[in-house]
Structures are given as C-alpha cells and as structure tokens.
Design a protein around this ligand. Structure first.
Ligand code: NAD
Length: 488
C-alpha cells in the first residue's frame, strides 16, 4: 500500500501544490476502502489562495488577449481529454458511479464546459446606445465587460467535475481568477484539474484549489474572506442560507444552484413506454443524486396502476453494484448520506407509504457490504403533506400519486418550497405548452429529461437557487459591465 505521503491530495496555490498540517480521508463508497488522504486547508492556506488569486488579477492574465485566453481554455479541455482515463478512474473512486455515466456524462461534460465558454466569450456582443444631446452633437454609450475579480467557487459531490467546471470555465473565460473548494467527498478530479491547469500553462494564481469541509473549514474560510469579489455555489439550500449570510457582510454577488423536489407529470395521452423509460432515468440516474431527479411522480388516474406496475418492473431490473461489473447503479456517495436516505425509508413507512419496491439495502456477501448501497425504491399512498413528499431525499426514490385534472396536478407540482425542474409526459401539443409555462421551476422538459443545451438558462426559483447559469447568463454573472459615455 502506498505511504500516506504518496497518497495525499494537495491544495494548489499560485502554481504550487501545497501540503497542510492536517488531512482527512477520502473513502470509496463501493467498499469503504481508503482512496487517498486529502490536505485540509486551514485559514492561512485559504488566505494565501485568495491573495494569490487577487495578485494574478493584475498580472499576465489581465493583459492576455481574448484569442489567447480562449485557446488556453481549449487547451484545458484538451488536457482533460488527454488524461481522460485518469479523470474517469478518479471520479469513479470518489463516487462509485457507473463507468457508463462517468465515461459518457461526467468527464466529457467537464471538457465540453471549457470548450463552450472558450468559444462563447469570443462572440459575446456588447450593447451600444446613441443618444441625443441639447447641443445636437449627441453621445455614444457602450459597455465593456470587465471581470468581477476573485471568484469563490464552492461545489458539491454529485457531479463533481461537471458542476465545478460549469463555474470555473465561464469565470476564467470572463477574465476572473478563481479559488475552488470542491466537496470533501470528491476531491480527486479537482486535483487532477489543477494538474491540467499547471501543465497547459494557465498563469500562476489564476486557478487555485483548496480542500476541506464547509463550516469552520475551508468552505467557510473562503466564502467569508474579505478579498473575494463574488461567490458561486452549488449544493444544499441550507448551505446556501449559510453562505448568503457570509456574502451579506461584504454585499458580495451570489449565484446559487440549490436543492429540489422535482415533479414528473405523466398524462394519460403520453407515449406510455417512453414515459416509463424516461421516468426510470429521471428517478434513478446517478443513484438519484442529480439535483434534477424526479422525487414526486404524478400519474393521471386511468393509467396509474399500469404505470406503477411498469415502473416497479423496470426498477427491479436495475443492476446495483460495482462501477466495473456492468452495473446500472452504484452506491450513494457515502455512509453518512446513506444514513440520511435510510432515515427517509423508515420515515416513509411510519408516514403510511406502500413500499412498491426497495426501501432497503442490498446484501452482496462481499466487500460491497462495506459500501453505501441502497435499492431503487418506489412508494405510493403518502399524503401530499408527508415529509417524504415535501423534503429533498437525494436518493434513488420516488413517490407516485394519481391525479384527475390538469389544474389539480399543476397545483400539486407547484406546492413545494423548491422550484428547480419538472418533466411532463404528454402527446397533446397544446397541453404541453399550456402546462409547461405554469410550472414554477427554472427548467421544464416535455417528453424528455436532462436534455441539456449549454447555452440555455439553467437554475431554480424559490429555495432552488438565485440566478441562472449557462451561456451568456454565466458570462454575465462573472462580468462587471462598465458603461462608457462619450459626448460627441
Ligand atoms: P452541501 O451543501 O452539503 O455541500 C456543497 C459544498 O458546500 C461542499 O463543498 C461543502 O463542503 C460546502 N459547504 C458546506 N457548508 C458550507 C459553509 N457553511 N460554507 C461554505 N461552504 C460550505 O451539498 P452536497 O451534499 O455536496 O450536494 C447535494 C446538494 O446539492 C443537494 O441538495 C442537491 O439538490 C444540490 N445540488 C443542486 C444542483 C443545482 O444545479 N441546483 C446541482 C447539484 C446539486
């Protein structure tokens, strides 16, 4: 077994990999085995990272032309693709996700995020307004986009590289410098990304990485630092509240992508097989650990029983197991998270749920029993105000209930403190348009789920977030427009 020294993931500050006085363990959720140690950044290390980012704002990076910045970001994408297998292995070791998902979604999207924003920054228009003046000569207003400054990026564990680069790429494209704090559960691909940044020649201090936890650790030290200029965060709504309190002190702009309790609505006129297949994906993908996953499924009464039976059949076909044995679904991210999900499994029974399938832990009789697995789970029979129907669980689980009218289901779908995503299944075009625009969410799919065009606005309403990411929306958050008014 390699020594502790060899296996420690470092912080990355001003172009150097930096050790710290304390470290924590990164555990593989497939079998409970140690993946590596991680150097936990203390307050001094976080301070150094922020100061490095601040200094880099006025250096070589600020003088670089748009073309050069854009090609460096393409080089980062190339670097990820050159080390594709390393990224895949690292993401799998941290999360236990299936090879299929990591190969097809997590790592390719990590690289694509850099390409999309590297190209977009070159075609961003700037507004220009001509105005009349009393002397008849007029004036010209035009805006130039300046970077905001030092961006604090705090990211979650469910799509570690994908969601982190979704922020890093546009922030750098817009000319900012960043300090990234990845989730303590998934530090590995962030560290590989630091290596790629180093290899391709991103100037020192432009990309900095600090490892650690949230409260009283690197996360809190970072978001409360005086010299950060804005905060972008993806994670739980309650963490968003804590971070917003820190941001309030310095009146820092925030961009938040938070939790959800998303509805899927299946109308009687839907293509039944497509709706079942789509709902299997929207409930169980990534072991239910996608913020967009459907946890509340509403099915029109005439097809309710048939739909519940079909979803049960498909859920029971899902092969749960190791990433490398052809399984469809891996474990939850950690034992700690599994305890939370299992508490909801027990609560659902107490609240009167019919457990259609699952609600328990698979037993393998091998090292996987030390992991964090649960079975795909379906409930029916809960009331709309049950906690299991109201609260985000973030596991492979849904509650299915029947509805009779469009008005009723719209009202039920919107009766939540969250507002991230919805999926509608119908073959009635008018209904699709009519219902979609009534959804109180940031993104609504019709006859699909998780189909993403990276130029579109992405985000949530209510407790699901503040602001939008994607395309020009991301670039706008990471830029300060300066209006220049010229009297002619
Ligand atoms: P989390 O809020 O527990 O942690 C996210 C990050 O915040 C981690 O890096 C953590 O260390 C850090 N953190 C925690 N407390 C902090 C504090 N007080 N100050 C600064 N940093 C702090 O979330 P998670 O468990 O990693 O992720 C799952 C959650 O993320 C779910 O609620 C899910 O819905 C949400 N999510 C939302 C989206 C979206 O786009 N809306 C996408 C993915 C995940």
């Amino acid at each position: 077994m390699p020594s502790k020294q060899q296996k420690t993931l470092m912080n990355y500050i001003a172009g150097e990999f930096v050790q710290s006085n304390s470290s924590f363990e990164n555990i593989n959720p497939v079998d409970g085995v140690l993946v590596n140690y991680v150097a936990e950044a203390d307050v001094g290390i976080v301070n150094n990272a922020v100061l490095a980012a601040k200094e880099a704002l006025t250096g070589e990076w600020s003088k670089m032309g748009l073309e050069q910045r854009s090609s460096l970001l393409h080089a980062v994408a190339d670097g990820i693709e050159d080390r594709f297998d390393d990224f895949v292995a690292a993401e799998i070791a941290d999360t236990g996700k299936s090879y299929y998902q990591v190969n097809n979604i997590d790592i390719p999207r990590g690289a694509a995020n850099f390409r999309v924003f590297a190209d977009l920054i070159k075609t961003r228009p700037a507004p220009c307004f001509e105005m009349d003046t009393p002397d008849g000569c007029g004036a010209l207003n035009y805006a130039v986009n300046k970077p905001v400054g030092v961006v604090a990026i705090v990211s979650p564990w469910n799509l570690p590289l994908l969601l982190m680069t979704w922020k890093v790429a546009p922030a750098l494209a817009a000319g900012n410098t960043v300090v990234v704090k990845p989730s303590e559960e998934t530090p590995s691909t962030a560290t590989l990304l630091a290596e790629v940044m180093d290899e391709v020649g991103i100037p020192k201090g432009v990309f900095n990485l600090v490892h650690g936890f949230g409260p009283k650790s690197a996360g809190e030290f970072l978001v409360s630092h005086d010299h950060i200029d804005c905060i972008t965060f993806t994670g739980e709504s309650s963490t968003g509240t804590a971070i917003m309190k820190s941001a309030a002190e310095g009146v820092k702009p925030v961009s938040f992508e938070l939790g959800g309790k998303n509805a899927a609505i299946i109308f009687e006129d839907a293509n039944f097989d497509e709706a079942v297949a789509g709902t299997v994906r929207s409930v169980f993908s990534n072991c239910g650990q996608v913020c967009l996953c459907s946890e509340r499924v509403y099915v029109e009464r005439p097809i309710f029983d048939k739909f519940v039976t079909a979803l049960k059949v498909e859920a029971e076909k899902i092969k749960v197991g190791r990433p490398d044995d052809g399984s469809d679904m891996g474990p939850l991210v950690s034992r700690k998270h599994r305890d939370k999900v299992l508490a909801y499994f027990a609560l659902a029974v107490k609240e009167g749920a019919n457990v259609i399938t699952g609600g328990d832990i698979p037993h393998f009789g091998d090292e996987r029993d030390n992991g964090a697995f649960v079975n795909p789970t379906i409930w029916t029979g809960l009331s709309e105000d049950a906690r299991c129907v109201k609260e985000e669980i973030f596991g492979p689980v849904c509650h299915i209930s029947p509805f009779d009218t469009e008005e009723e289901v719209v009202s039920k779908a919107n009766d939540t403190v969250y507002g991230l995503a919805a999926a509608l299944w119908t073959s009635d075009l008018k209904r699709a348009h009519r219902v979609a625009r009534q959804m109180e969410v940031g993104i609504c799919w019709v006859n699909d789920w998780f189909l993403r065009d990276l130029r579109t606005p992405f985000g949530g309403v209510k407790l699901s977030g503040i602001g939008r990411e994607g395309g020009i929306h991301s670039l706008d958050f990471y830029s300060e427009p300066l209006n220049i008014c010229i009297k002619l």
